[in-house]
Ligand binder design. Structure first.
Ligand code: ADP
Length: 397
């Protein structure tokens, strides 16, 4: 096991900055996912750790060793990639042990390691199978076993489940968590799938445009996103964003007449500052249920548009402003829409006029200009509260 530390790592390709001043402190034995949209620099970050690419600037340490310029084989790492390249003419045993045999590891030692690795990935009894006799998931397990027998200090995995079908992917997530427990090794895992990152890792590193946006446990990223990017990327369906401004009574948006009360001074904003309010679909409620909420916002008039029954909940697309332009590319509700999640037994219908409220204790406020979070939950910052700035003021840690 070993820690992995990136200091001020930059990787440029001509005019593309793939990784921009990346600082990462991954602890010994941690399972960290690097997550972000395609092209954000996840793989390049991983390649600098693996030694497949040398950073333009900055250093990479594995444990206490500066490995910045070392070749992959001297770094004490094992890699598993999306494209599993097994040797088609070799059985499972030979595929798993290939690297060890190259290094002339004694036969008994090879047997011991192959047995342990195949045990961990549950391939017992399959060691004499050929790759073409196996399913995609089994082949991926062979690839993982091949990485395990090297007994690395750090596992690097780049979208290893991307080619598997949805059901198998979910199953393999559980297996990888079990693997992590059993091996007690540092794992760094690249994925563009935020759900995969949320379910597996100790911490997730959210990356956008080559820059680290936040590295925190999954629920912290969900409940206390550092900025608009993380707020919009983590969680499915995505958080609703409403653009507006600070007024004397709190937040006001002209798009759909949305008001959220608080004292701007307590959030450190001035009247007229451009703000974006963020609220997750599960924190929007029909106004008739507002009595269950300690801190509802003022009612918001809306018309129900599309209903999406999901089985355990129903997603309801609300139109809060009929005249607003719908821009599906934008992360805000300049489109005058809100997504609400309700219980499956709800009797709300399509095209129904209704009022909804937001749970103020779950409203996030962002500075629209810097895109940084200002506050998560605004229960204590009502006009009369006079108390501390928000229950969890952002950015003070
Ligand atoms: P991700 O893994 O998040 O999809 P990558 O790390 O593969 O992103 O790529 C980040 C950026 O760097 C992209 O714009 C990509 O086109 C660019 N890039 C990656 N590798 C190279 C390369 N070898 N040459 C030039 N540009 C590259």
């Amino acid at each position: 096991m070993a820690s992995v530390t990136l200091r001020d790592v930059v990787k440029r390709y001509d005019d593309v900055t793939a990784v921009d001043n990346m600082n990462l402190d991954i602890e010994d034995g941690e399972f960290v996912c690097l997550v972000g949209p395609s092209g954000c620099g996840k793989s390049t970050t991983m390649e600098t750790i693996a030694g497949l690419t040398i950073p333009t600037e900055g250093t990479v340490h594995i444990g206490d060793r500066d490995v910045t310029n070392l070749p992959p084989k001297d770094r004490g790492i094992s890699m598993v990639f999306q494209n599993i390249a097994l040797f088609p003419h070799m059985d499972v045993y030979d595929n798993i042990s290939f690297g060890l045999r190259l290094r002339s590891t004694p036969k008994e030692e090879i047997d011991r390691r192959v047995e342990r690795a195949s045990d961990i990935v549950q391939l017992e009894g399959m060691l004499d199978r050929m790759p073409d006799e196996m399913s995609g998931g089994q082949r991926q397990r062979v690839a993982i076993a091949r990485a395990i027998v090297r007994e690395p200090e750090v596992f690097l995995m780049d979208e290893p489940l991307a080619n598997l079908d949805a059901k198998l992917r979910v199953h393999m997530r559980t297996e990888l968590q079990r693997l992590h427990k059993e091996l007690d090794t540092t794992i760094i895992y690249v994925t563009h799938d935020q759900a995969e990152a949320m379910t597996m890792s100790d911490r997730i590193a959210v990356i956008d445009s080559g820059e680290l946006q936040q590295i925190d446990p999954p629920l912290t990223c969900y409940n206390e996103p550092a900025n608009l990017f993380v707020a919009g990327f983590i969680g499915s369906p995505a958080m609703n964003f409403v653009v507006g401004e600070a007024v004397a009574e709190g937040f006001h948006s002209d798009v759909g007449e949305i008001d959220i009360e608080f004292d701007p001074a307590n959030v450190g904003v001035g009247v007229g500052d451009r703000l974006t309010a963020g609220i997750r679909p599960e924190d929007v409620y029909p106004a008739e249920n507002a009595e269950n909420l300690a801190d509802p916002s003022k009612p918001i008039r809306a018309r129900t548009d599309v209903l999406e029954p999901m089985g355990d909940e129903i997603f309801i697309y609300l139109v809060t402003d009929e005249d607003a332009e719908v821009d599906l590319e934008e992360l805000d509700t300049s489109g005058g829409q809100l997504l609400m999640s309700v219980d499956p037994d709800s009797e709300i219908e399509e095209d129904q006029e209704m009022e909804v409220v937001l749970d103020r204790s779950k409203v996030h406020l962002f500075d629209s200009d810097t895109e940084e979070a200002l506050v998560h939950g605004i229960v204590d910052v009502g006009p009369d509260a006079g108390g501390p700035a928000g229950q969890e003021a952002a950015g003070d840690d």
